[in-house]
Design a protein around this ligand. Structure first.
Ligand code: NAD
Length: 283
């Protein structure tokens, strides 16, 4: 049986850690006694968040779509806190749009941040962790990595890619001491879901719920991780139902157009604007 990993003293890096789920994950690891670095394109907010988390947390500039920036992130952490033991590939964006109307920039940007960023973060970590004989890679995918939602075609495609990457890496590095954790959150109360209605079945959880699940999963090496847990049961049930029954149920339960209904709403504008830019000053 695998012994639980001690987190006190470990060096944890979290991408997209300035706000939302990343911030909560960083806070949870810091509370466990880990040395934490957060990276974000929103440099000022990232520094402020690190100061608020305290426990010597550092906030660094990071653009996960820029390989040089990602390398510098790992190198600065190594020079300041020590080599990274746990990388949490969390940075991600979720524009909502009918696919036929989606801009080329939106498609490219999601592929760059949600997929390439996670691949680069995972590979840079492996190159550094393998010679040291261990570490953990946490990839924040989504329930959208196991299902399809109208209005989220590109996002779902990117999250399916993260699930596939994580599944492969968990097998490829099984004997190298590097554990891989893939997290499938449902609806989480952050700016990313602004403008979306609540749905009794798609229970909205708090960023801290994801953070607790991540900390436990790194400790125990759990794979995969659904939050809330019932999403795992829903996914397994849907996978064995005939496709026509699954489609009937999602329509009947009002899940089918749940995301698409929020497209273009005023309540989503601030988030959509932020997610479409790399420069915080452009928000
Ligand atoms: P958020 O918008 O609150 O936070 C995301 C952070 O990532 C922001 O601080 C942003 O500045 C940063 N970021 C964006 N592009 C970046 C880049 N190129 N380089 C570095 N940082 C960048 O969103 P969140 O809800 O906290 O989402 C975090 C992760 O969780 C995402 O991968 C998202 O897809 C996933 N997720 C969220 C939900 C949800 O309901 N909120 C559900 C499932 C999965």
């Amino acid at each position: 049986m695998r012994t639980a990993v001690q987190l006190a003293g470990k060096v944890v890096a979290v991408t997209g850690g300035a706000r939302g789920i990343g911030r909560a994950i960083a806070t949870a690891f810091a509370a466990e006694g880990a040395s934490v670095a957060i990276g974000d394109i929103d440099k000022k907010l990232c520094e402020n968040t690190a100061a608020e988390i305290g426990n010597s947390t550092i906030g660094l500039p990071l653009d996960v779509t820029d390989h040089g920036s990602f390398e510098a992130f790992f190198d600065t952490i190594a020079a300041t806190l020590g080599p990274v033991d746990v990388i949490v590939n969390n940075a991600g964006i979720m524009p909502i749009t009918p696919f036929g109307d989606e801009s080329l920039e939106s498609i490219q940007r999601q592929l760059d941040i949600n997929v390439r960023g996670v691949m680069w973060g995972s590979q840079l970590a492996i190159k550094r962790m393998k010679p040291r004989g261990g570490g953990a890679i946490v990839n924040i995918a989504s329930a959208a990595g196991k299902a399809g939602f109208p209005g989220l075609a590109t996002y779902c495609a990117t999250k399916h890619a993260v699930v596939g990457l994580s599944e492969s890496l968990s097998l490829e590095y099984e004997t190298s001491g590097i554990s891989v954790v893939c997290v499938m959150p449902g609806m989480v109360n952050t700016e990313l879901i602004s403008g979306l209605d609540t749905h009794w079945l798609l229970k909205t959880v708090e960023p801290e719920d994801i953070a607790n699940a991540v900390v436990n999963a790194v400790r125990k090496g759990t794979f995969p991780v659904f939050v809330p847990k019932m999403f795992g049961g829903m996914y397994r049930t849907m996978s064995v139902l005939p496709r026509s029954t699954g489609k009937f149920l999602t329509r009947k339960l009002g899940i089918q157009d749940f995301m698409l209904n929020a497209h273009g709403s005023d309540a989503r504008k601030a988030y959509e604007d932020r997610a479409s830019h790399s420069e915080p000053s452009a928000e």
